[in-house]
Design a protein around this ligand. Structure first.
Ligand code: KIV
Length: 280
């Protein structure tokens, strides 16, 4: 649902200067919603930052969106550091969060510290995101003690796709609902600065939002959370391999680009391009 009449530029939150993990908490306390998106490259990250986005996540979704993989599992630590650094250099105001890829934090706390440290030192990230709840509480508190802010990720956690067996909504039955609520509390207690909550019933989104004081940023978690995150390439209509119900499209860029390239091919073939003005 595109509203082209909306004046671009700073929203209320943008009146704040640099967004930090502290600003995210203040925003929750003030009832100000957090707008977050993904980016993997310098060009797009700069555009998002200038548009007033609060959080840029360098997501491991880079695997499915940019690398043409079926899941997020194969993306490597080196690749995440590379993409983070591109985004970090382009971003002035947004908080940059680097995603910890599969097996970069699950094996040991030491591994997690070393890898998360790389995202901050080499990748210029200001926080890291890990998938999972109680089972990583110790890891989260070790990272936080080392000065590394951590964003959790609950609900549908795509790195566990081979365990889940599908991308269907999580937290639908009472048992899993209670587990997600307990995980959210455990992440908060371990010192996480915020969490992503993916693909759960809206009513569970609201319960998690109320259960914790740290911001809950939803993706397919309904409207009653503290902010929303989407994959930018979904929002722009650039990624078309599948279309999650929660991903509102603001543009149909893949069609636009294909049309433009078709017109360029026609112009080259007909000799219309280049014109005299485009020649020396
Ligand atoms: O990797 C990613 O893009 C994510 C978002 C979907 C939250 O984790």
């Amino acid at each position: 649902m595109t509203d082209s009449s909306r004046t671009p530029g700073p929203r209320k939150a943008s009146e704040r200067s640099k967004i930090t993990t502290a600003s995210l908490r203040e925003m929750k306390a003030a009832g100000e919603r957090i707008a977050a998106l993904t980016a993997y490259d310098h060009l797009l990250a700069g555009i998002l930052d200038r548009a007033g986005i609060d959080v840029i996540l360098v997501g491991d979704s880079v695997a499915t969106v940019m690398q043409g993989r079926d899941t997020t599992v194969p993306v490597t630590m080196d690749q995440m550091v590379y993409h983070c650094e591109l985004v970090g250099r382009a971003t002035e105001r947004a908080l940059v969060v680097g995603d910890m890829p599969f097996l970069s934090y699950q094996v040991s706390t030491e591994d997690a510290l070393r890898n998360a440290g790389r995202l901050l030192k080499e990748g210029l990230a200001e926080a890291v995101k890990i998938e999972g709840g109680r089972q990583y509480a110790k890891t989260v508190s070790a990272l936080v003690s080392a000065g590394i802010p951590v964003m959790g990720h609950l609900g549908l956690t795509p790195q566990s796709i081979h365990q889940f067996g599908s991308y269907k909504a999580r937290g639908v039955d009472a048992e899993e609902r209670n587990r997600i609520l307990a995980d959210a509390k455990a992440l908060e207690d371990a010192g996480a600065c915020a969490m992503v909550l993916e693909k759960v019933p809206a009513e569970l989104g609201e319960s998690v939002q109320q259960a914790v004081d740290i911001p809950v940023i939803g993706i397919g978690a309904g409207p009653n959370v503290d902010g929303q995150i989407l994959v930018t390439h979904d929002l722009l209509g650039l990624f078309t391999r599948f279309r999650p119900r929660f991903a509102r499209r603001y543009l149909e860029l893949a069609d636009e680009i294909q049309g433009a390239i078709g017109r360029y091919c026609d112009d080259v073939q007909s000799g219309d391009f280049p014109s005299a003005d485009e020649s020396y």
